[in-house]
Design a binder for this molecule. Sequence first.
Ligand code: AMP
Ligand code: GLY
Length: 424
Amino acid sequence: MNILLIGSGGREHAIARKLSESSSVDELYSYPGNPGIWQYAPKADIKLEYPLVIDFCKSKKIDLVVVGPEQPLAEGITDILNEAGIKVFGPSKKAASIESSKGFAKEFMFRHNIPTAKYKIFDNENIKDAEKYLNGCNYPVVIKADGLAAGKGVIIANELHEAIDTLRSMFGGIFSDAGKKVVIEEFLKGEESSILAICDGKDFITLPSSQDHKRALDGDKGKNTGGMGAYSPAPIVNENILKKVEDKILKPAIEGMQSEGFPFIGCLYAGLMIDNGEPSVVEFNARFGDPETQAVLSLFEGDLAKLLYSAAIGKIDKSAMKETSGKFACCVILASEGYPDSYEKGYAITGIDEAEKSGAIVYHSGTKTSTGKILSDGGRVLGVTGISNSLKGAIDNAYNAVGKINFANKFYRKDIGNKALKIT
Ligand code: AMP
Ligand code: GLY
């Protein structure tokens, strides 16, 4: 089959690499891609304008479009391509609301009895009611911009005055329209992990569990980022917990979306908090996680293209995924110092080949090429991924490879995976 992959980050590099290994794939294209992705999937000569995408798909006989990021899903790329008869792995605009509106997601979870933090939704016309509500909350409290805010729209306020300031800045437009409505929710304690489920609208299969590291600095300090590293599988998600996640979270979510008339086809990401053996949902995303995917797909055995295509046509072929062979993966993000705020980019990167020779996989997140060199071109630059028979081995392999890569402003967390070593 022929596939077009939409996206340009480390997640899409990991997807492209796995798709390229699939014997079911004839031609693989990317848009816009990045230098890592283009090793497997040449850049399609298009823009995300629909007559152009549709014409490209028809002229190249594209059997499947795989959509990586949330933005085009929230804008309805799937609906537009489906209408033109093109199959897509990625949810419809309505089903993607599970990520693009946190208020929608909370109300959906409430209707379907899916465990999640208690919440209340306010819009900017009700600021007085919201402030009154914050007055009566236990602290810390969590305030979330309703819409997409590139992973930055969640603030944990430790005190009332902080919560009021946050509320006012969100209503004041710090996240533009995404913050005109907010969800205020109870703070959950516990250990976080992510489960990615490949869904065909009615049924699903889970990929190995993982854990992201969302804060910028060691020891989970500093600001929330898109994710500074991940490992897989996450020992906190034992068989018992996975069963609860499937029965109490994923099954009701998939069935609920189907029964409400917007079946979910794509990767449903359940961001979980696990406390005393009970999982609850921190967030749903409508796509593969980044950087979880870099760790999870490094362990994937089977035919990813077949799996995604079968899900896209509503008949998931679970045999396309094989049981993983007891290996672990650890992805350490090399970022530009200053991320998630301002940072400089455009610095030459050296040592990628040496890192890969040591056995690591180096996924490109924010890079570009110029006069034959690879340059840093984003906040998150590379995802250096080690694999081993043990989690400790995977972490060591990742950091050994990290030491071989250099660029000005290179910044990374030194403790990816450490929390899990205490559990194993
Ligand atoms: P989200 O974008 O909803 O995943 O939130 C980003 C991060 O904020 C999560 O990964 C958690 O670390 C934290 N967070 C979000 N909601 C809660 C909550 N109700 N309780 C505790 N932490 C939370
Ligand atoms: N790593 C978090 C996310 O993809 O949303």
